[in-house]
Design a protein around this ligand. Structure first.
Ligand SMILES: Cc1cc2nc3c(=O)[nH]c(=O)nc-3n(C[C@H](O)[C@H](O)[C@H](O)COP(=O)(O)O)c2cc1C
Length: 372
């Protein structure tokens, strides 16, 4: 029997299968950066996944790097997300929200009073765009702005922003939260030894210092809502948004694996960036990570049913994240279980817009009725 379709308990949450919908930004939150009925419909359609992880949701205004992404820092946003959690739960699904702070991958026009975005150090990401209003006021891709380095007091404030967001998420009815520490955003901007040359206890050559911020966030969120409701996403050897190789890179990630292993989290989620156009996680690393971390593990990036099953059978992962296939296939779990063909993604409607290319992808059953 396929292991992919067997139940699994991740922290406090029992999942009906091991198919995870990976977090994907869709940029359709228009008014007040709030999830709405359309968001609820989109996620409800995908509720047959064992676990849905929402698109990144900014934990503060400062944490936003793209127009039209939904936040989780104010009451209106909590009310908006309630529609989604209810819709998914009514359909028998489970849903975590991804807590996001983009750090330097932002533009001053998105920041309060047009301030600079923030990061570990005042170094701009080369060849990197975010999504904001250009000088003519039109939304579109713009080069990221030069950031300023956070003070220690500000780092502590951001830990509080994560806690507020996590508590908001629980009030909105989520089953848990995923801390976004992957893909070149704020927390990875502290982990990466090539970038984070701070001289204080949050940076520099010692990996303990570079891991301090992400672990403080993890501990504070776990304490606020429970470790069994707290997951974290990492991108070991990630290169997105001008992240570079650094001395002791593997040791840094394995040290983090060891530290997370002591924390009884709901799960750790590894993002392999190969299908996002960057290098893959090096061969053999996942086995090393697994040896250092024996809790629940999700891996995402470039999976089809066969590769997913291989990873599960070989014990490389407990759960498999599917990203792009979920955009065009609301019933992906059933399609994989029954070996039904997949719909093709329309890349033109990936970000922004309305229900087109969002909630109008057909279920397999609809296709069959049309054929009959
Ligand atoms: C449109 C799009 C939006 C994405 N947004 C996010 C996001 O908000 N947070 C995140 O951690 N990863 C994000 N990702 C990465 C996916 O979660 C996933 O890791 C990636 O697509 C690789 O998996 P796949 O090969 O199954 O698509 C995004 C990917 C795509 C294609």
């Amino acid at each position: 029997m396929d292991k992919l379709f067997t139940p699994f308990k991740a922290g406090d949450t029992t999942l009906r299968n091991r198919v995870v919908m990976a977090p994907m930004t869709r940029s359709r939150a228009t008014v007040g950066d709030t999830a709405d009925e359309l968001t609820a419909k989109y996620y409800q359609q995908r509720a047959s996944a064992g676990l849905i992880i929402t698109e990144g949701a900014q934990i503060s205004v400062q944490g936003q790097g793209y127009l039209f992404t939904p936040g989780i820092y104010n009451e209106k946003q909590v009310k908006g997300w309630e529609l989604t959690t209810k819709a998914v739960h009514d359909a028998g699904g489970k849903i975590y929200i991804q807590l996001w702070h983009v750090g330097r991958i932002s533009h001053h026009s998105l920041q309060i009073d047009g301030q600079s975005p923030v990061s570990s150090v005042a170094v701009k990401a080369n060849n990197s765009t975010c999504y904001a209003r250009n000088d003519a006021g039109q939304p579109g891709p713009v080069p990221v702005s030069e950031p300023r380095a956070l003070s220690v007091a500000e780092i502590k404030d951001i830990v509080h922003d994560y806690v507020r967001a996590a508590k908001n998420a629980m009030r909105a009815g989520f089953d848990g939260v995923e801390i976004h520490a992957a893909n070149g955003y704020l927390l990875e901007q502290f982990i990466n030894g090539g970038l984070n040359t701070r001289q204080d206890e949050y940076g520099g050559a010692d990996p303990e210092n570079r891991l301090r911020f992400v672990l403080e966030v993890t501990d504070a969120v776990s304490q606020a809502i429970g470790a069994g409701k707290t997951g974290i996403r990492l991108a070991p050897f990630g290169r997105l948004f001008d992240m570079h190789a650094f001395d002791g890179e593997e040791e840094t990630w394995l040290l983090l694996a060891n530290k997370l292993n002591q924390r009884s989290l709901s799960y750790v989620h590894l993002s392999d960036q190969q299908t996002l156009g960057e290098q893959a996680i090096p061969a053999g690393f996942i086995e090393k990570f697994r040896a250092a971390y024996d809790g629940s593990l999700i891996i995402a990036g470039g999976f089809d049913k066969q590769r997913a099953e291989e990873y599960l059978q070989q014990g490389k992962a407990d759960l498999i994240g599917f990203g792009r296939p979920y955009i065009a296939n609301p019933d992906l779990a059933e399609r994989l279980a029954n070996d039904w063909p997949l719909n093709e993604v329309n890349w033109a409607t990936m970000y922004g817009g309305d229900e087109k290319g969002y909630t109008d992808y057909p279920f397999w059953s609809d296709t069959q009725q049309n054929l009959a």
